[in-house]
Design a protein around this ligand. Structure first.
Ligand SMILES: Nc1nc2c(c(=O)[nH]1)N[C@H]1C(S)=C(S)[C@@H](COP(=O)(O)O)O[C@H]1N2
Ligand SMILES: [Mo]
Length: 428
């Protein structure tokens, strides 16, 4: 690079930094100057030569499959012992407060299974399509990989996410109140290609995907969805599905409740009416105040949550520049807008959605402000691309009563107390 060129780049950098400072001041953004001021002569982290600078590190033979830094050991899925009777039919939760961006790392995706993790041998894996088709088919894993593939980033949310909060604030952590969601890039074959290969009969209206695990879980899925954007997926975030996520093959049903995303999928029956399986009658229906139940509530309503600060991620400084961040999503499209309030809903401020805004995918939002150190009542409220506005919990209760476990997409409140500690509360 010529001397002259280098110089002009430096000038550009200085100019853009000045512009950044000016615009962040204009936007009311605080500058961290106080706490970031250098203590170059007294800070041993600067004055002493550190261990890691003194000796050679491990070689490339250290970890053929990489793992996170040992300082990140607390970043794990967690479960709540009293929530379910056994660990085989149970759930653990994504540590949302430890993550950023929109992608959930494979080892941190929450798990929900009804009969434990099936250990399917890929050589013996088969997917059968039968019922109202011209020719019933059986695919091996290699067969599936000869169809054209698609990549899609989609969130999966269990319909029971936030289900413990229907009758009031209960679990003191965003991992537990909202952690039954993950967002993954799937690679797979559009289900439509497989159904077309089998040839749908003219009276075909529904499909019933069925799992190969001990629970043999099944759900009725209307044909219009199966032909629209469902995937028969074998990769997550680029690598093979993890055993707990359905290795070697799972169904992806974008925007619809997690229960329909059948793992270890072994069979798809085509029919002319729904099967009224256990998972769509006694479970995954929403009992209303009048004793009637809503059924086939497939789409996940627009929802958001502030992940930081939150009970497991308190504020560690006493005032000044503060970043609020969280996630928003909708089973009906994208999230053009998220608002944040610091005072329990009296004043709302537009948050900044950053990163890809994809259909039926998690969105990341930020709100930067200058905290005066006083207590806060934090909430976020998302609006989706259909114009639907995330409701308050009271609005949900008025509409549906308190009997339900499922589909609680109400606005979450975090109380930031003096000292930065955070508690799960409700305001009304
Ligand atoms: N075969 C099978 N598929 C299944 C389940 C199951 O128990 N067995 N659980 C369902 C439920 S209730 C949810 S919320 C999602 C959870 O997917 P995950 O474990 O990848 O998070 O898988 C669904 N698919
Ligand atoms: Mo679920």
């Amino acid at each position: 690079m010529s001397r002259k060129k280098k110089k002009s780049i430096e000038t550009d950098v200085t100019a853009s930094r000045r512009e950044f400072l000016r615009s962040s001041i204009a936007a009311g953004g605080a500058i961290v100057a106080g706490s970031a001021a250098a203590h170059a002569d007294s800070d041993p982290a600067i004055t002493d030569l550190q261990e890691w600078s003194r000796y050679l590190g491990d070689g490339v033979d250290r970890a053929p499959y990489g793992v996170p830094s040992e300082h990140e050991k607390h970043v794990v899925r967690r479960y709540v012992g009293w929530l379910t009777a056994s660990v085989e039919s149970s759930v653990n939760f994504t540590p949302l407060h430890e993550l950023d961006g929109i992608i959930t790392p494979n080892g941190l995706c929450f798990e929900r299974h009804h009969g434990g993790v099936a250990e399917v041998e890929p050589d013996k894996y088969r997917l059968m399509i039968n019922g109202l088709v011209e020719k019933p088919l059986v695919f091996t894993l290699d067969d599936l990989k000869r169809f054209p593939r698609k990549n899609q980033i989609n969130f999966l949310e269990c319909a029971a996410n936030s289900g413990m909060e229907w009758r009031g604030a209960q679990l003191n952590g965003c991992q537990f109140t909202h952690g039954m969601v993950h967002n993954v890039m799937y690679t797979g074959v559009p289900l439509r290609y497989l159904l077309e290969e089998a040839g749908l009969k003219t009276n075909a209206k529904w499909i019933m995907p069925e799992g190969g695990d001990a629970s043999g879980m099944n759900r009725s899925v209307p044909l219009f969805k199966a032909l629209d954007d469902c995937l028969i997926a074998f990769k997550m975030n680029g690598e093979a599905l993890r055993p707990e996520q359905g290795y070697p093959v799972r169904l992806v049903v974008p925007g619809w409740e997690g229960n329909m995303w059948v793992k270890w999928i072994r069979r798809i029956e085509v029919g002319d009416e729904p099967w009224h399986a256990r998972e769509e009658t006694s479970k995954y229906t929403d009992l209303m105040a009048n004793g009637k139940a809503r059924r086939f509530t497939w789409e996940m309503d627009c929802k958001s949550v502030i992940t930081n600060p939150s009970p497991e991620a308190p504020l560690k400084h006493d005032k000044g520049a503060t970043v609020i961040t969280g996630l928003a999503w909708s089973g009906r499209g994208t999230i053009p807008r998220v608002d944040v309030t610091l005072d329990g809903g009296r004043n709302w401020h537009a948050a900044r959605v950053d990163g890809p805004s994809l259909d039926k995918s998690l969105h990341r939002f930020y709100y930067e402000f200058d905290w005066n150190g006083a207590p806060l009542l934090l909430q976020s409220r998302a609006v989706d691309s259909t114009g639907y506005i995330q409701p308050t919990k009271d609005e949900l209760r008025t509409a549906r009563g308190e009997n339900s476990i499922y589909h609680n997409n109400g606005i979450q409140t975090w109380h930031v107390k003096n000292g930065g500690e955070v508690e799960n509360v409700e305001v009304s």
